[in-house]
Design a protein around this ligand. Structure first.
Ligand SMILES: NC(=O)C1=CN([C@@H]2O[C@H](COP(=O)(O)OP(=O)(O)OC[C@H]3O[C@@H](n4cnc5c(N)ncnc54)[C@H](OP(=O)(O)O)[C@@H]3O)[C@@H](O)[C@H]2O)C=CC1
Ligand SMILES: CC(=O)N[C@@H](CCC(=O)OP(=O)(O)O)C(=O)O
Length: 351
């Protein structure tokens, strides 16, 4: 803690989209002081030299190499890095009393054989897995408060879980035939240069990918299994759409009993009545990604089209905020007994 009671924060991976989004959010957080920010490729540069939008907020903050000795002096360290980085540094940090929030997938999947299969590397910290808490506040709030290590959920998994939760909680859908048809903006692929992210490859074009088994499938199924308290079968098809930020997930389930759209609406509203970052929109609404851009809000609407036995949920988040850095700050607030919404109050940015 600083002398004036602010949390001392480290960010590993401070030049990527989620790292910079953490900086943007923390700039408006009254209890946050960013002490260490790392980048191997930009060591020595001031943050504002790359990101002039942050010049007033961080006039003196300079990128440094990831150094465990420096990170050990923080209260909390966010890993905004590719998969496989956090698990190598976390053991020493946790041993020294530093709390960890990993935005990557190192700690998200309990079955490490499944994790190793999808992520293509051996796990470096299996001994930590038992105490990891999956950081979806709407489901795990009380456990997050006392956690030392948070597995921050994936972007698609956040939208899909929040949309299915009221239906699974009330056993309203056939768990053998769930479908999640999800679309992401290109920032979901990170800031690293890749041909697939070029404007000429992504603009005015729209495609599905990962149909045979995206790495988010085991994460989502693990969590839906917990929610349903049984094994679920999910078909998950992600798509890349020509926009920068945002995820829209259209979810389909076969109803197990007849229920009116009014009742569905009531169940959704009741489930999320106390949630600061989930908005069940009025009947007939069509949430769009623009209405959550830059905000930590998840907006959703529920339908039973033509009164038939399929329920449809449409759910939107900003992949970089509720899908990553905003949710990570929400988790930090809970872990340090702060107001859960601190730093996250800003409404969406239009247009
Ligand atoms: N983009 C999104 O919408 C979402 C991303 N995530 C996850 O969050 C994590 C970060 O994503 P994103 O910000 O998009 O990624 P980027 O590719 O944009 O940024 C990655 C950052 O990590 C640093 N880095 C790369 N390799 C290492 C390493 N071996 N050791 C230390 N630092 C390293 C990079 O800087 P340098 O190389 O200079 O050190 C860079 O700052 C990923 O795991 C991603 O899957 C989760 C939810 C949503
Ligand atoms: C558009 C795009 O490429 N999206 C990424 C997922 C976003 C992400 O970063 O995944 P994590 O949440 O697991 O970290 C993908 O499909 O691999």
């Amino acid at each position: 803690m600083t002398e004036n009671g602010k949390l001392e924060i480290g960010i590993v991976g401070g030049t990527g989209y989620t790292g910079v989004e953490l900086l943007r959010i923390l700039a408006q957080h009254p209890k946050a002081f960013v002490k260490v920010i790392t980048s191997r490729s930009e060591t020595g540069l001031y943050v504002w030299e790359l990101f002039a939008n942050l010049r007033e907020a961080y006039p003196d903050l300079q990128y440094s190499e990831p150094d465990v000795e420096k990170l050990k002096r923080c209260d909390v360290v966010f890993f905004a890095t590719p998969h496989g980085v956090a698990m190598k540094l976390a053991p020493e940090l946790v041993e020294n009393g530093v709390k960890i929030i990993d935005l990557a997938a190192d700690f998200r999947i309990n079955d490490l054989r499944v994790w190793e299969n999808f992520y293509g590397m051996p796990h470096a910290a299996p001994e930590l897995m038992e105490e990891v808490v999956y950081g979806l506040p709407e489901l795990n709030r009380e456990r997050i408060r006392t956690a030392r290590i948070i597995a921050n959920p994936g972007c698609y998994p956040t939208a899909v879980q929040l949309g299915f939760w009221p239906l699974l909680k009330h056993r309203l859908v056939d768990v053998d035939h769930l479908v999640a048809d999800a679309k992401s903006g290109v920032s979901g692929a990170g800031r690293g240069a890749k041909v697939g992210s070029l404007a000429a490859e992504t603009s005015e074009s729209f495609k599905a990918y990962g149909i045979h088994g995206h790495r988010h499938l085991p994460e989502i199924e693990q969590q839906l299994n917990h929610m349903a308290q049984t094994h679920v079968n999910l078909t998950f098809v992600p798509h890349l759409v020509p926009m920068i930020r945002g995820i829209e997930a259209t979810l389909y389930g076969k109803l197990t009993r007849s229920i009116s759209e009014d009742e569905l609406q009531h169940i959704f509203e009741e489930t999320y009545a106390e949630e600061p970052f989930v908005d069940v929109m009025p009947r007939g609404s069509l949430p769009d990604t623009r209405m959550v851009k830059g905000s930590n809000m998840c907006r959703m609407a529920v339908y039973r089209p033509q009164g038939r036995d399929t329920v449809v949920v449409t759910c939107v988040i900003d992949n970089l905020v509720k899908g990553a850095s905003g949710q990570a700050v929400q988790n930090m607030n809970l872990m340090f007994d702060l107001d859960e919404t601190l730093g996250l109050e800003a409404p969406a940015l239009l247009p």
